[in-house]
Design a protein around this ligand. Structure first.
Ligand code: BDP
Length: 719
């Protein structure tokens, strides 16, 4: 008996030790790793600066600066300490102190906004003396992170001369987190907010979340889902929100809440939530003043109204402006703001979905209160892998528009597809609206340059969850990172950001950095090719939005079905949004409305978005027929994923083993799923094109029925 017991024990022990366990970077530290710099020359160079620093002033924000410098210097250099100003080679100062230093050292400080910073070396080649100066403490914090980036990305410090100011005022994450911990469209585990344990228990994650955001300039967070639970506004939850607000304050981050428009009825027991009713206005005024008593620097509200079943002013015969202004009036005495979403479409309206937001909001231009921003999704439909920019950008000179990007991967393969969104954001921001002639880019609408807006903002639907690596896939951390960088500067280059992120997160080996940057830069176009090439859109699985399903035709509303969007038939494929069809091109400024009205002058990436074309239409860039071009793109996309996976595998020696393995596995899944998208879509469209696949192509391994039979009842993130 005893022998048997020992044999079992031995077997168990053996089994455990035989299990492969890869040690390494688990991704928790994001891009703030601060690993020891092994190169002596480099380390000594940085030591001449970061070895002796002085933070001039004491406040909660300066405490954060001190902590970060201590963490970074001990990590990167193995040493470093705060010293007296006179002995310091790095001095961080804000406000009057900063101005005094500037005067004393003859530093010519470029004109900039309060939260900008100026990093300047007044020392010599061998002994730099660097100042990080700002008007505000927040600016000094941003400047500190910027200086640390210089070290993390192997740039020299001596001679540094960097001035930067945020071009957009509100740089905000939108968490679609429910109070029960489920994250709508979240693919990185449960919500990071542990509402049950708040306000008493402060998870270290909240601190690291704040550090990460501050490091890229994010200064606001909407804690809860736009499909809002009114409970959020109850005193018990406000105490929980307060705990987070108190923690985030020193990091320069304000909290905001999503609110349900019918809260006066649901929480207050009122008979109506009509925004013009004095009783309703009073209810909101009192609620808002209760919030500000609890959280004096509360940011304001985000509202999804009269959209996908959410209540709104329309329920009472009132406009979006009347609804938004009522909330704005309650927030105004406290400097709070309203972010009112333009994501509206209704089945009852006799108008095509892509046109509805413009039709509803354009006539309201000029009617919104001063502290309202209208928050517009980047495309006219809904965060598709690719969309043209929303025609609202540029169309409302009197109304500040806030960009809403999706960072989470709802329509892009969840967390196993590696898709860097920097290029997608860049494509949208660089788009010319022509609102005030050539050069009226979306970026200039958003940062207020075009119409001199008094208030500007950019929002990103967060991809953050309680997974150890935060985003479900280390590579997707790059999307949180690039969102912050582009919110700070909508004109920054996606490539530059990808490069920085790669160095800070994955490797310092120059060839590896180049290879990964190239993968990131190519990844979105590749994904568009194997999912929705040439302007196809909204052909994913119903409900969960996972995988291909161009056959969906059974949902209650026309414009929820895939067949509504691709309109594949024997005569061709694509949605005619030109003047011969629903004419959504009319919502764009000239020359776009004329250019996009004709297939020959429509960019190929939007071809089937704006046009229904015969299968034998000649695609000008390649000379292929439309059918052959669609097939070509699906195959090219899938092949390119295989190429990316092979490239990644070749980098094994230069990447941390755990990071390497996790990404390798995800890419292998992506490769399989790209083939799945390709085969399912090609077989589906083939029924209508009635043309074969070119001979040289690998045939799908199943028939269409097989793909149509697949179901994913427990796909994550469902709404
Ligand atoms: C859709 C999502 C849904 C969101 C909605 C929104 O599928 O979960 O609630 O957007 O933005 O794309 O309100």
């Amino acid at each position: 008996m005893i022998r048997l017991f020992f044999l079992c024990l031995l077997a168990i022990t053996f089994q455990c030790s035989a299990e492969p366990k890869i040690q390494g970077e688990d991704g928790y530290r994001l891009w703030l790793k601060y690993d020891l710099i092994s190169d002596d020359v480099k380390r000594n160079h940085y030591l001449t600066v970061l070895g002796k620093y002085a933070v001039v002033g004491s406040s909660p924000t300066f405490e954060v600066v001190r902590q970060e410098l201590s963490l970074a210097s001990s990590g990167l250099l193995g040493e470093g300490q705060e010293v007296k100003e006179k002995e310091a080679s790095l001095i961080i100062a804000a406000g009057d102190n900063a101005a005094t230093f500037a005067k004393q050292y003859g530093i010519e400080w470029p004109k900039q906004g309060d939260d900008g910073y100026f990093i300047h070396d007044v020392g010599s080649q061998n002994q730099p003396k660097i100042f990080v100066l700002s008007k505000s403490e927040k600016g000094a914090l941003y400047g500190t992170f910027r200086l640390l980036k210089q070290i993390q990305t192997d740039d020299v410090l001596s001679g540094i001369n960097v001035a930067s100011s945020p071009k957009v005022q509100l740089r905000v994450l939108n968490h679609w987190d429910n109070l029960d911990g489920h994250v709508e469209r979240g693919y990185a585990g449960r919500s990071i907010w542990n509402w049950h344990k708040l306000p008493g228990y402060i998870d270290q994650r909240y601190v690291d979340y704040a550090r990460a955001n501050a490091s890229i300039g994010i200064n606001g967070t909407v804690l809860n889902n736009v499909n809002a639970d009114p409970l959020m506004l109850t005193p018990a939850y406000l105490q929980k929100v307060r705990a987070l607000a108190d923690l985030f304050r020193p990091y320069g981050i304000q909290v905001y809440l999503s609110v349900k428009f019918s809260s006066p009825q649901l929480l207050g027991g009122l008979e109506t939530s009509d925004p013009l009713e004095p009783g309703v206005q009073k209810w909101w005024r009192e609620k808002v003043s209760e919030i500000y008593k609890t959280i004096p620097d509360f940011g304001g509200f985000l509202v999804k109204a009269n959209s996908e079943g959410q209540p709104g002013p329309g329920d009472f015969g009132r406009t979006h402006a009347e609804g938004a202004n009522m909330l704005a009036a309650a927030l105004q005495p406290f400097d709070g703001i309203v972010m009112w979403r333009a994501f509206v479409y209704a089945n009852e309206k006799n108008e095509e979905r892509s046109k509805q937001a413009y039709s509803e909001f354009k006539p309201l231009d000029g009617q919104f209160a001063n502290n309202v921003l209208v928050q517009v999704k980047n495309g006219p439909i809904d965060f598709q892998p690719r969309e043209p920019f929303s025609p609202l950008f540029g169309a409302t000179p009197e109304t500040p528009l806030m960009m809403e990007f999706q960072i989470t991967m709802e329509y892009l393969g969840f967390s196993t597809h590696m898709v860097y969104l920097g290029t997608m954001y860049e494509e949208v921001l660089e788009s010319d609206t022509f609102a005030k002639g050539e050069g009226s880019t979306v970026a200039k609408v958003i940062d207020g340059q075009l119409f001199s807006n008094h208030i500007t903002g950019m929002a990103g639907v967060a991809n953050i969850g309680a997974d150890r690596n935060w985003t479900g896939n280390i590579m997707l951390q790059s999307n949180w990172y690039v969102f912050g960088r582009m919110a700070w500067d909508p004109e920054v280059s996606a490539r530059e950001v990808a490069n920085d992120w790669t160095k800070m997160t994955l490797s310092h080996d120059p060839d590896t950095v180049d290879a990964v940057t190239t993968m990131l830069m190519d990844s979105h176009e590749i994904t568009v090719n194997y999912m929705t090439p040439l302007g196809l859109h909204h052909i994913m699985g119903a409900g969960h939005h996972f995988g291909p399903a161009p056959w969906v035709d059974w949902l209650a509303r026309d414009d929820w079905n895939s067949v509504y969007y691709h309109k594949a038939a024997e005569d061709g494929v694509g949605f005619d949004r030109s003047p011969t069809g629903v004419n959504s091109v009319e919502q764009y400024f000239p020359p776009l409305k004329e250019l996009w009205a004709k297939p020959e002058t429509t960019p190929e990436k939007y071809l089937l978005w704006f046009h229904h074309l015969p299968w034998d239409y000649r695609v000008s860039s390649s000379g292929r027929t439309l059918w052959n071009e669609i097939v070509h793109r699906y195959y090219q996309g899938a092949e390119d994923v295989a190429r990316m996976a092979a490239k990644w595998n070749s980098l094994k020696e230069h990447i941390d083993p755990l990071q390497f393995e996790q990404v390798r596995m995800s890419l292998a899944i992506q490769q399989k799923e790209a083939i799945w998208w390709r085969d399912a879509c090609v077989l589906y469209f083939m029924q209508y094109s009635q043309q074969p696949l070119p001979d040289n192509l690998e045939k799908p391994s199943h028939d269409l029925e097989y793909y149509q039979s697949l179901s994913f009842p427990h796909a994550p993130g469902q709404g």
